[in-house]
Design a protein around this ligand. Sequence first.
Ligand code: SF4
Length: 407
Amino acid sequence: MKIAMAQSEFSDIYEKVVANERIDETEALRLFESKNINALGIIANTANQKKNGNRASYIVNRYINYSNYCILSCQFCSFARKKRDNDGFQLTPEDILKKAREALDNGITELHIVGGLHPSLPFDYYTGMLKSLKALDPQLELKCFTAIEILHLAWLAKTSVRDTLAELKEAGLGSLTGGGAEIFNKEIRQVIAPGKESAEEYLDVHRTWHQLGGRSTCTMLYGHVESPADRVDHLRQLRSLQDETEGFSGFVPLAYQPEDNGIPVHHPPTGSDSLKTIAVSRIYLDNFDHITAYWVGMGLGLAQVALSYGADDLHGTILEEHIFHMAGATSPQEQTRASMIKAICESGKIPVQRNTFYELIEETNREEAFSEAVHDLSGSQWRFPKSCATAGHHSQVKDPESVRCLI
Ligand code: SF4
């Protein structure tokens, strides 16, 4: 491998990764503009092995979208509806609690809750939702709201972003989601998401949350009308904020879904482009511990391959995904725990269940987990492999001292 890389066009970058040295934006652009996907994979895999060894993670979680009514009209969004539309929805607090109860029975450790910028729900709908979910199960992690939702809630509460985040934290908010970053370039952002928050506002919401002691993930929507240089610029700004706060737990690149939306994209992201984006992200974002291959946008098959191109996480079971599927994603609405374990085992990695912060809940024996996952996939959904039988939410941390970061 070393000899092959020494003769490659990227030998300088490979040497930097081996020496734990940071690559710059010019080098990241070279990687994005290359068609040598195998060389990128080798370098990214080297970077990932140094951080995460041979482990790959997943989380047992559930998505809840409380409403798809939104006052904005982002061009790429197929999820949002206006009040006049007959397929808009809005969940009552009871609806949300019912979904949460069902998911808790299936062993989730996290609820991931986002929605549109609702035109009339009051601020106490959101704080009430968090409080009632925490009352249902104090251990349940509530990963909620994108940066633009936080700005909307601050406007509703007629207070600052900092005070809004503090109030939401007090009500039970555990982590911010990374959605809404799209692409930071101002001109591109204006085309795909007019009226949405600026890059500075997105970053400032996350900065403020990190300053309050919170952690969050971040994203990049790729494969629409942006250029490779726009992607590098986006990653540069995320890396810079991470240098400042160290508050990002992971990075989740999101493949653009070309169906059912207002941006005419003739060349949506291919499998090769998705692998390249994962690989460059892993190589460039040296201050991020985790890169997620988001199976909803990529499909589980490609996400599995991405585990050899720098990704170390497959995201979650999800149960009910609306946003990508309304944009034309053809992946299933959920993954069973068994199917994620099987995908990880098949890639040669050791499957580990993680929590919201990418911390280890349970590592499973690879051979045992694989055969049990295969067995479970032929039977009922949501059964846990025996070797993971204690890994449900309520027994997630048998020894608090054993909880450690995956790296
Ligand atoms: S992406 Fe979010 S803010 Fe934009 S229209 Fe869709 S729901 Fe609204």
